[in-house]
Design a protein around this ligand. Structure first.
Ligand SMILES: Cc1ncc(COP(=O)(O)O)c(C=O)c1O
Length: 377
């Protein structure tokens, strides 16, 4: 029986008050008062010009693909070591994901391998700030500028992480967030599109509102709304935004507790890791991480599986993470082969994530630490 889960969603206590107040308003659909408050909180705290809540990070990535006008036969650069959502957003447009390997230290896209994969058909580079540690954005943005292509940050993990002092999500033309229950800030399922290039503002509102100019109508800018473009229903109910507002308002409390948990793992597992040939996360000096996860790179697939079993035997759920996208059934359809992204293939087999959640008690964390320390590779 699992006593210590991998994740337990955290609630601040204010969520229920805001949801009750939302129910009392005549507006439960999208873009009500709580959605506007979440937009304001994100825009002010990140110093960006526009945020739009979406039903998921996956949907925000689909919006990004639409905004960048990714079309059939286009190519888009993406790391192989990520969730399928970004690659799926290009596949939906009948475009081709071009998978690039990751750096062995941060597990982020290897910026030194991007330029050689750019062709006349490349439309954009989608990066992922793995575990909320920033990619080498100066280099990536310079490559994109040289080739006149867009950069989208998939910042599902990294809200409030920084790169060279600037917030993740404020660096690319577009960025996405996730508020899935496993993320630092959640409303169960949810996301956001962050827009750092104002040329996309108006069309993003239209795409999100079923291809209509309904947002302009609600602002009183037009006297009726109509179908003006393609789109879908990407906006969440104001009930979810009410939940999310409580989370975003408790940024300091949530982030400082997660920082304590992360630092305790790093401190208490350092000598065990050294003795057993295990590598713990590396955060380069130019990055301030978001304290999203704590992982260990084990010496082999066998030792990773053995540690997962050892912990499960003690009632602790540790999990692996992404399977290489280039070797997935969909990735193979795009012509990828074993060996194309060797670092991804190697590290994906060896990576293990320990239980990490905002409401984790010190006693729970100490049990995990003791259980890990009792394991020998
Ligand atoms: C990097 C990355 N992008 C996108 C997603 C999808 O997020 P959502 O569940 O909000 O669609 C995930 C899921 O965890 C993820 O890890």
């Amino acid at each position: 029986m699992i006593r210590i889960p991998f994740n337990r969603p955290f609630a601040t206590g204010k969520e229920i008050d805001y949801i009750r107040a939302a129910i009392a308003t005549p507006k439960l659909s999208g873009d009500g008062p709580y959605t506007a408050q979440c937009h304001g909180l994100l825009e002010q705290s990140l110093g960006i010009q526009k945020a739009l809540l979406t039903t998921s990070c996956t949907h925000a990535l689909e919006m990004a693909a639409l905004l960048l006008e990714i079309e059939p036969e286009d190519e888009v650069i993406v790391p192989s070591f990520t969730f399928p959502s970004a690659a799926n957003a290009f596949a939906l447009r009948r475009a081709k994901p071009v998978f690039v390997d990751i750096r062995a230290d941060t597990l982020n896209i290897d910026e030194s391998q991007i330029e050689q994969r750019i062709t006349a058909r490349t439309k954009a580079i989608f990066v992922v700030h793995y575990a909320g540690v920033g990619c080498e954005m100066d280099t990536i943005l310079a490559i994109a500028r040289r080739h006149g292509i867009g950069v989208v940050e998939d910042n599902a993990h990294g809200l409030y992480g920084r790169y060279r002092g600037r917030y993740l999500g404020a660096l690319g033309q577009l960025a996405t967030l996730s508020f899935h229950e496993t993320k630092n800030f959640t409303c169960g399922e949810g996301g956001a599109l962050l827009i750092n290039d104002a040329q996309f503002n108006e069309r993003a509102e239209i795409l999100r509102e079923k291809g209509t100019d309904r947002s302009r109508f609600f602002r009183g800018e037009v006297d009726k709304y109509t179908w003006v473009d393609i789109g879908s229903s990407y906006l969440p109910s104001d009930l979810l935004a009410a939940f999310l507002r409580a989370q975003l308002e408790h940024r300091d409390q949530i982030q400082s507790r997660r920082r304590q948990i992360w630092e305790a793992y790093a401190r208490e597992l350092a000598s065990w890791a050294k003795t057993n040939g295990v590598r713990l996360p590396i955060v380069p000096p130019e990055c301030e991480q978001s304290y999203h996860m704590f992982y260990a790179i084990m010496p082999s697939l066998e030792s990773r599986q053995a540690l997962i079993s050892h912990l499960a035997g003690l009632g602790i759920l540790a999990v692996f993470h992404y399977l290489p996208l280039h070797l997935s059934p969909m990735g193979l359809r795009f012509g990828e082969r074993q060996g194309d992204c060797p670092v991804t293939e190697n590290l994906s087999d060896r990576l293990l994530r320990l239980p990490f959640f905002t409401g984790m008690s010190s006693s729970e964390q100490n049990q995990v630490i003791d259980a890990v320390r009792a394991f020998r590779c």
